[in-house]
Design a binder for this molecule. Structure first.
Ligand SMILES: [Fe+2]
Ligand SMILES: [Fe+2]
Length: 365
């Protein structure tokens, strides 16, 4: 048996010890064979490490698995995005921004320098402007990640996703700016957790795990000394709280959670779930939506989550896709009853994917 970080898991591994959530709810039972969906589900519950069987077959076959996903015969949806000039421009801005963000935040954490929120925000808005269309940002963020899960890129991603999300919620321009800052700084407390723990690929002891779970409180305390909006403070403190009371550190329930923190919670978990894994590229958004539909509505603000998912689906209308049975088609319309199963045209046939138990959108083309 060995303990692995969720980033190291690959489908086919067998769970060696049952995985429980923070509130002792069973997430995966011992003996379960991992699938892509189950691995992604662990992010939804904020699980960092699990134990898997130490057998030959459980050894991750990284190169083969990665090749199978990333080297299709013709250009994939991701590859087309990566080759576009807009993406190249976005990438340049993004990389510049991560560096200046890293410098500014390190100054705050290490030398207690006053944070210039205006500059922080302006830099991030420039990244958004370079991405032009809004859903473009989501797609581009997914393609920015080459297994880089550093706290800085994650925070920048969450800031950019939250910015777009708040415009979908029709928040005022000031609130859109505030929620962007909330995203940028939500995990600042993680920078106080020793890097050796954050980046540790293998086993995390109970104490190390407990230290990671302190990051909302340390982030809040750190930001108390800064001139920031109260929603920024609350987002750092409450982004791991869940509406059903199963989150941490204070196990708040729906009404007690700051609305900005609720938006950040969704942007945060979406960023984690769509990230590339060692065995595959970024996850198809429809798979992420399916997981949210199955388990997200008790945990996240229902109204916010519906708005978020509907907009994500909406942005793929008219997009070509591959279905789970291998057929190709065009996404025609959002299915409000079941957002992960849109209406799709395949040849002359019009399919409501919700009518089929096992027919899903498996890739965007
Ligand atoms: Fe966090
Ligand atoms: Fe986060």
């Amino acid at each position: 048996m060995k303990k692995l970080s969720t980033l190291q898991l690959v489908p086919g591994m067998t769970v060696a010890e049952s995985v429980l959530s923070y509130d002792h709810q069973l997430i995966l039972s011992k003996g379960t064979v991992l699938t892509d969906k189950l691995i992604t589900k662990l992010d939804l519950y904020g699980v960092f490490t699990i134990s898997v069987e130490d057998t030959e077959s459980a050894e991750p076959a990284y190169p083969d698995a990665a090749e199978a996903v990333t080297l299709p015969a013709d250009l994939s949806y991701s590859e087309r995005i990566r080759l576009s000039p807009t993406f190249q421009q976005f990438k340049k801005e993004y990389e510049l921004n991560v560096e200046s963000f890293r410098g500014m935040v390190n100054d705050v954490v290490e030398r207690n320098v006053k944070l210039d929120v205006g500059v922080l925000l302006r830099n991030s808005l420039e990244v958004i402007a370079s991405g032009k269309g809004q859903i473009g940002i989501l797609d581009m963020l997914q393609n920015m990640r080459e297994y880089d899960d550093s706290t800085f890129t994650h925070c920048l991603n969450v800031g950019l996703i939250a910015n777009m999300f708040a415009t979908w919620l029709k928040w005022s321009p000031e609130d859109v700016e505030t929620v962007t800052v909330c995203g940028l700084l939500h995990d600042i407390g993680k920078l106080l957790v020793p890097y050796t723990i954050i980046s540790k690929p293998g086993k995390l002891s109970a104490e190390e795990y407990a230290q990671i779970k302190k990051h909302p409180i340390s982030g809040y305390q750190l930001l108390l000394g800064q001139d920031v909006n109260e929603h920024v403070l609350y987002s750092a403190l409450m982004h791991h709280e869940r509406c059903d009371g199963t989150g941490y550190p204070m196990r708040l329930v729906n009404k007690q959670i700051d609305p900005f923190a609720k938006v950040i919670a969704i942007a945060d978990v979406y960023d984690a779930m769509t990230a590339s894994r060692v065995y595959r590229g970024p996850l198809c958004p429809f798979r992420v939506i399916e997981i949210f539909e199955a388990e997200g509505f008790q945990k996240y603000d229902v109204e916010y989550l519906l708005t978020f998912l509907e907009h994500v689906v909406n942005s793929y209308i008219q997009n070509r896709c591959r279905l789970s049975d291998g057929r190709e088609g065009t996404i025609l319309a959002v299915n409000r009853e079941k957002l992960s199963r849109p209406f799709v045209q395949v040849g002359d046939e019009y399919l409501n994917l919700a009518d089929y138990d096992n027919l899903t959108v498996s890739d965007l083309l």
